[in-house]
Write a protein that binds this ligand. Structure first.
Ligand SMILES: OC[C@@H]1[C@@H](O)[C@H](O)[C@@H](O)c2[nH]c(CCc3ccccc3)c[n+]21
Length: 449
């Protein structure tokens, strides 16, 4: 393929998540989620922003799918809100809840867009949190019941299932730093959460396989970053290895090698009571997946810092330009992580299930939204991706984060990742220059100027 070209059939998509776009939190029988509770807790989100309305996608999904068709998307990655299906997290399913997703699937089918469904993108039913949440092993089995019910109900209509979005973030930001729901500061709970998320993934894969004639494919999505030492000193190299051990290897090793990374078990075991990892659990966790989803945004650069309790490290800014999130623009990191996965972890197909950037977008007097920085970010990462595929790494699709501006978790609506600008007071979607550009990329199946 020419420089910047992609293979025939490469799956061009965009991604969103339920709590970030749907709104209608009290409609259709939806139960409360931990993000409803967290965002309504004073001080947890910027300006007290919540997902109560968000992009009102629950009511506007037909128009949103029409825009996806006009963009030429081949696929659309979205998440199902567990509290819409099981308002109490378990027990009686809510027919109005699944009906919303059936209507969405109808629109996608009419538009010729393949659905890629994430079963868990952080919105745990609050009722399960009240019973212990992810630190509690039983939650893994409730997730497996929810997943099995979804496979039964929608299995014939969904070609790609993703069990979890970013177990690292759920575990660490939700249960150690407390920046995300449920807002805990409890490292032991964080590691139990990581284990139960992985266990629940394994139980869901088992349920999917036992369902027999499954047309679809199942995988998991991890946020992965190359971790570089700030200097060549042995201390900084060791610090980088420890951070790599938590962000990347703590999840990749169980999934693809059937065991937690020994160096990190040793490291954390001295500080924190780690959960039992029985052979049965690890066998469930490391069942084959049909694909691995990778969310890539940037790399990490770290130096040794003996005073830091958890990993004796300090993250520092890389030298490159930064996005609105303060993340370094580092396209080479996408290639680095994808090649490492293929060489060291799995020969399974890979998908970039998220890649994108936030910039301070504004609507110009002419009504346009000029976002040259986002186009440059996307172009550079797609050029890197094209080279990786040409080099033999089986990446079969790319999902831009995000289709539209949306609720950016603790940052509320202050950060815009969309290629569609959302004017929240009117809920108008305005195509940014990057949307027109992405449409041309999809048409050409190649990076364009
Ligand atoms: O921050 C942009 C997006 C979120 O809106 C998505 O819901 C989430 O899947 C996602 N993950 C990442 C990279 C990992 C990360 C998440 C949160 C905070 C810092 C890093 C970036 N994003």
């Amino acid at each position: 393929m020419a420089e910047g070209g992609f293979p025939p059939g490469f799956l061009w998509g965009a991604a969103t998540a339920a709590y970030q776009i749907e709104g209608a939190v009290d409609e259709g029988g939806r139960g409360e989620s931990i993000w409803d509770r967290f965002s309504h807790t004073p001080g947890k989100t910027r300006d007290g922003d919540t997902g109560d309305v968000a992009c009102d996608h629950y009511h506007r999904y037909r128009d949103d799918v029409r825009i996806m068709r006009e963009l030429g998307l081949a696929a659309y990655r979205f998440s199902v809100a567990w509290p819409r299906i099981f308002p109490e997290g378990r027990g009686r399913p809510n027919p109005d809840g699944v009906a919303f997703y059936e209507r969405l699937l109808d629109e996608l089918e009419k538009a010729g867009i393949q659905p890629v469904v994430t079963l868990y993108h952080w919105d745990l039913p609050q009722a399960l949190q009240d019973r212990g949440g992810w630190p509690h092993r039983d939650t893994a089995y409730r997730f497996a019941d929810y997943a099995a019910w979804m496979f039964e109900r929608l299995g014939d209509r969904v070609p790609y299932w993703i069990t979890h979005n970013e177990p690292f973030v759920v575990s660490i930001l939700g249960h150690v730093t407390g920046e995300h729901a449920p807002g805990l500061n409890d490292p032991a709970a964080g590691f139990r959460t990581a284990h139960h998320l992985l266990l629940s993934h394994g139980l869901a894969v088992q349920a999917f396989r036992e369902g027999g004639r499954r047309k679809g494919r199942i995988g998991i999505t991890l946020n992965l970053s190359p971790v570089h030492p700030a200097s060549g000193s042995p201390e900084d190299e060791a610090a980088a290895r420890r951070v790599d051990g938590l962000i990347n290897r703590w999840f990749l090793d169980p999934l693809f090698r059937g065991a937690y990374p020994e160096d990190m078990v040793e490291h954390f075991g001295r500080l924190i009571p780690l959960p039992e990892a029985s052979e049965d659990d690890m066998r469930l966790i490391s069942q084959d997946v049909d694909f691995l989803g990778v969310n890539y945004y940037s790399r990490q650069v770290v130096r040794h810092d003996p005073g830091e309790l958890f990993l004796q490290m300090r993250q520092i800014d890389g030298p490159g330009p930064k996005t609105e999130m303060g993340w370094e623009v580092y396209p080479a990191g996408l290639g680095e992580i994808l090649r490492r996965l293929h060489e060291a972890y799995t020969k399974a197909p890979l998908f970039v299930t998220e890649n994108g950037a936030a910039y301070p977008d504004t609507v110009s007097p002419d009504g346009a939204v000029h976002d040259p920085d986002r186009i440059a970010y996307l172009r550079d990462h797609l050029l890197e991706l094209s080279r990786v595929i040409a080099g033999g790494v089986p990446v079969q699709g790319y999902f831009l984060w995000s289709l539209m501006d949306n609720f950016e978790w603790a940052h509320g609506y202050s950060k815009r990742f969309g290629i569609l600008y959302v004017d929240y007071p009117t809920q108008r979607r305005i195509w940014k220059d990057s949307a027109y550009w992405y449409r041309r990329v999809i048409e050409a199946n190649a990076v364009v100027e």
